[in-house]
Design a protein around this ligand. Structure first.
Ligand SMILES: Nc1ncnc2c1ncn2[C@@H]1O[C@H](COP(=O)(O)OP(=O)(O)O)[C@@H](O)[C@H]1O
Ligand SMILES: O=C(O)C1=C[C@@H](OP(=O)(O)O)[C@@H](O)[C@H](O)C1
Length: 316
């Protein structure tokens, strides 16, 4: 890790994902943004972390479209590069490991939101495999909320019987009733990030519970979903029709996911906010597969922030 003392930097506008009010801007054009009062620029691996003296941080990803020469230090370093300012440890959000510096930034973004959220629960909705659990755990850490998976609540209420087993033992309607009960119970709590089951959106009654909180739709292209669920194994996802192997597994998963999605697309659109992985990837010059749960969690916090600002303005 390298730390440079710099005064201001120029970055491509598309890569600015922070709050503009946190940063003094020297100039801004369609394609580029010049930020003043940057006190530190730290680089590690693919990431570049900018900080200013007000303790605001901005994480940029160094990839094909943001190479170091496009992140131009307008002032020469005041001191020779310093080494290792942040601990090289990782924090664990479930089994996914978040780099310490990323978690620092996530927590900063989370802390900015907490007072406006006032304990409101966050409900992540989206298709199977969209990353609700993976991203949800990172978000919960960032907000210092508790993470809950609605499927796990259903399994506990059923005495430890798995969702896949419940689908075998009962019809889907019974599972949906248990899901509504679980959600009703969760909606009485505060400070929760809830990873909901992919089908929770189909019942209007469920929305009446999720309206107590903020719902965010993780919109992931079907091809990526199919890749993920096949890699993870489809045994725990009964609606995908059990385990198949080889190349046909991907084709079968994609077909089933497409059919399920067609029936649900309008329901997902009810969410208060949306994180589109395709849009995020395009804005960063990435492929969807390159988007880490950390980046997705960061974007989720941004979307929630926008939503809260919008709500506040409407209240006025
Ligand atoms: N951003 C990501 N990039 C790649 N794989 C991911 C990402 N997010 C989640 N996954 C993987 O996809 C699978 C499904 O994720 P999960 O969080 O369980 O989804 P959901 O809770 O929406 O069903 C898991 O194996 C997980 O490791
Ligand atoms: O899409 C669905 O209808 C379902 C999604 C699953 O949850 P995940 O989205 O967490 O896989 C689980 O609730 C059940 O298998 C039904």
């Amino acid at each position: 890790m390298e730390t440079l003392q710099v005064k201001n930097v120029q970055i491509p506008s598309a890569h600015f994902r922070g709050s503009r009010t946190d940063w003094q801007q020297l100039s801004s054009s369609k394609n580029s943004l010049s930020l003043a009062s940057v006190s530190k620029l730290q680089g590690s691996g693919r990431n570049i972390l900018l900080s200013n003296n007000q303790n605001n941080h901005l994480l940029l990803s160094k990839d094909a479209s943001v190479s170091t020469h496009r992140i131009r230090c307008c002032a020469a370093p005041a001191h020779p590069p310093l080494n290792g300012c942040l601990p090289a440890t990782c924090s664990t959000s479930g089994s996914y490991k978040v780099h310490a510096e990323d978690m620092l930034l996530l927590k900063k973004r989370g802390a900015d939101l907490v007072s406006d959220l006032r304990g409101t629960c966050i409900y992540l909705v989206g298709m199977m495999g969209s990353g609700k659990s993976t991203v949800g755990k990172v978000l919960a850490d960032a907000l210092e909320y508790q993470f809950v998976d609605s499927d796990k609540v259903i399994e506990e209420a059923a005495g430890g019987v798995s969702v896949a087993e419940l689908f075998k033992q009962q019809d889907e309607m019974s599972f949906r009733c248990a899901e509504t009960q679980a959600l009703k119970q969760l909606s009485c709590s505060v400070h929760l990030v809830v990873a909901t089951g992919g089908g929770i959106v189909i019942r209007p009654e469920n929305w009446s519970y999720m309206r107590y909180g903020v719902s965010v739709y993780l919109d992931v292209p079907l091809e990526s979903l199919a890749e993920r669920v096949v890699a993870a194994g489809t045994h725990s996802r009964p609606l995908l029709g059990g385990e198949t192997r080889g190349t046909s597994a991907y084709t079968q998963a994609l077909e089933r996911l497409s059919t399920i999605y067609e029936n649900r697309a309008s329901c997902y659109a009810n969410a208060d906010a949306k994180v589109s992985l395709q849009k995020l990837a395009t804005s960063l010059g990435y492929q969807v597969g390159d988007l880490t749960p950390t980046l997705i969690a960061m974007q989720t916090l941004e979307e929630i922030k926008e939503l809260l600002i919008h709500r506040k303005q409407r209240e006025k």
